[in-house]
Structures are given as C-alpha cells and as structure tokens.
Write a protein that binds this ligand. Structure first.
Ligand SMILES: [Zn+2]
Length: 387
C-alpha cells in the first residue's frame, strides 16, 4: 500500500470519529494512541477533569530534552445547519479531494503523521520526535493550555513545535491572539411603561458594546509600528447579543459574546482594564441603585496568545529545510502555536489544506496537499536526525 493510500485510510478512520468540540474525543485519541504505540512510541493519554476529553502526548526516540513536537487538535467544529452534500463523518473522495468534517482542520495533518511513523521513527533515533494531539482547540485551545502546563513543569522538554494547521503547506511564523468572552447582564424586569423602575439588561449591554466600539478606535491608534498583520492592529468583534422578551417588558437578562484578536498581549491587558473599569465605575453602580440583584459577570471562554514573529526561530528554519520555502508569512487566524511559544519553545505553523475550507460545509483536503505534508515529514529523516 502506498503512503498516500495509507494516509487516506487513516484520515477516513479519523473523520468517522465525530469529535465535535461538544462531544468526547476519546475515540479519536485511543485510535491515535494505538497507532503510535504500535510504532514504539511512549504514549501518554492525559484526560481532563470530565474524563470525556483527553490530550495525547507521545515520544519517539531518546528520553531527553530537545527535539520537535508535531502538534494538532483532534476536535472539529459542528456541522449543524450546514448544507453538506454527503455525510460529514463519512469521508468521500471526489476529483482528488477528500471530503469530510475535519479533513482540512486538521485531521489531515494528523493522518500524515500517522502514515509516516516508519520514517519518523528512523528520524528520531538520535533526537526525540514528539506528538501533541489536543482536545477543544475550537473552543478556546483548552486542551493545549493544560498540555503546555504539563510540559512547563517537566525537566525533559521539547525545544520546537510544528503545528500542522492548514496553511497550504506555507511556513507561518506569526498570528494574532484570540480572546473570547461571554458577558451576562442581570437586571430587573418590569413593565415597559416605567423603565426607571427596572434595570434593563439589554440597554446596559448596549452601553457596554458602545464602550467596546470606542476601544476599537483606540486599538487602531495603538497599532504597533511595522506590524505585518492584516489588519495591522488589534481587532474587536461583537459576535452575538441575546436578551429580553418583548416590546413592553424591561429586559431582565442579556448575554453578550465578543472577541478580540490582539497583535500584542499589552492590547489585551489594555482592553480588559478599560472595560472592567467602565463596568465597575459607571454601569454597575447605576444598576445597583435600582436593584440589588443587578450583576455583570464575565466568563472567559478562552484567552489565547498570538504567535509573535521572532528574528530567531529554529522551528521556522527547520520548516524551511523541510519544505524548501525561504520565506515565512503571517495568518489572520489563531492556533495553539502561541501557547507553545509562551513556554519558550520555537514554534512554527505549516500544514496541509486551505484555511478557507475549514469550518465550511463540504470541507475537504486535496490528496496533493496530503502528499506535500508527507514529503515534509519524509525530509525529517535527512534534515533532523543527525543534529
Ligand atoms: Zn484548526
């Protein structure tokens, strides 16, 4: 069986695990663990508190510090309300493309790793190669967060990470962070004819949003000089606002979902500080004057640091040797890469498939892209082992 045929079979198996972030990923994890163990890797399955989710960390080669982590997430986004031409969890091949949820984002990369375990085992004879396959990336990089905390506490640690998110096999050295919040406004209901007898949660949410929109302008003014990002500044988005009952009822509750994508972590600190003081000094005192039960509570869904482009980056340089590329770009979407960088690892992103395909109905990855990903891993045999 050719490597590509093996990769396709593995990807079909992985797609068949419906590891949507709201569901368990244990099926996919134990499948991957079995394959790695069969290749002689030391495999750890690290369950989260619920026992329904797990990260996998595995090592081929010597038990010592250094070496490269090949990393990806095992969860996928939901398929509800999307017009798929076929069952999203049953992979189908058409015209050199493999269709199915997660083929592109990012089980395709994981499949190429598993299809190349023979080469990777050889490459890891003198220097370890690690695998980090995580849960809950799509809902705030929860798995990677706990995994890097485990790695941070270890004496034996990898030095580099390659995240195989879909980049069309381009070498990516930077992206913005992604911070997501859900803010719940609790007011006091009443009849719409006497607005000052109640606390209108939707109105307070609107004022909160207005403050965020002001901060959006401040962030443009704070744009770091020479920023290569597009757009070059930190952005804010108001994603959803839900609240209230009807025309003539004072809204007792509102829930706001918003995000920011910081180019530098200081922007994150700035926005959080500004909005917190607006809540504490302005909104909340007004609400409490009318109703003691009034509340504004913020749930942090995820705060993921960006991948900051660095002058020196051994992982990027390795990716250059593996792909033949000689330039590294930035992307507008967030990944787990920044988390690895935050614990001092050189980190790069390079993987098969186009991000335009991710999260869409009829998501696909081309066989050509999978072939290129396997060629990259193949070259680890020459570019890596002796060093
Ligand atoms: Zn992804």
């Amino acid at each position: 069986m050719s490597d590509l045929a093996r990769c396709r079979d593995i990807l079909g198996d992985l797609v068949a695990f419906p590891s949507v972030s709201s569901q368990s990923n244990l099926g996919a994890i134990s499948y991957i663990a079995e394959r790695l163990e069969a290749a002689g890797a030391r495999v750890e399955v690290l369950e989260d508190q619920s026992g329904q989710k797990a990260n996998l960390f595995a090592t081929l080669g010597p038990d010592r510090s250094g070496g490269l982590v090949l990393s990806g997430h095992t969860d996928v986004v939901p398929v509800e309300d999307q017009p798929w031409s076929s069952d999203p969890f049953e992979m189908v091949e058409r015209d050199g493309r493999l269709y199915g949820r997660g083929t592109c984002d990012m089980k395709g990369f994981i499949a190429t790793c598993l299809a190349k375990l023979d080469v990777l085992t050889q490459a890891a004879r003198t220097r370890p190669i690690h695998f980090a396959f995580t849960h809950d990336e799509e809902v705030g990089c929860l798995g990677a967060r706990s995994l890097v905390e485990v790695l941070r506490g270890r004496e034996v640690r990898p030095a580099m990470a390659l995240i195989g998110e879909p980049t069309n096999m381009q070498v990516i050295e930077g992206h913005k962070g992604c911070c997501e919040y859900t803010v719940t406004f609790t007011g006091a209901e009443g009849h719409g004819s006497v607005p000052d007898k109640g606390v209108n949660a939707v109105e307070y949410a609107a004022r909160y949003i207005n403050r965020l929109l002001e901060l959006r302008h401040a962030l443009i003014a704070r744009c770091p000089e020479g920023s290569r990002f597009d757009p070059p500044y930190t952005t804010l988005n108001i994603g959803a606002l839900k609240g209230g009952h009807a025309h003539n009822v004072i809204a007792g509750k509102a829930v706001l979902e918003w995000e920011m994508r910081p180019v530098v972590w200081e922007d994150h600190d700035f926005v959080r500080r500004e909005i917190a003081s607006y809540v504490a000094d302005v909104l909340l005192p007004e609400m409490l004057q009318v109703a003691q039960q009034a509340e504004i509570s913020t749930e942090v869904i995820g705060e993921v640091a960006g991948l900051v482009p660095m002058e020196e980056n051994a992982a990027r340089d390795l990716a250059f040797r593996l792909t033949g590329a000689n330039r590294a770009d930035l992307v507008p979407f967030a990944t787990e890469a920044g988390l690895f960088q935050q614990i001092g690892m050189a980190t790069v992103i390079c993987g098969p498939g186009a991000i335009d395909q991710a999260h869409k109905p009829d998501e696909y990855v081309s066989l050509d892209q999978l072939g290129q990903s396997m060629a990259m891993l193949e070259r680890l045999g020459d570019s890596y082992g002796g060093r």
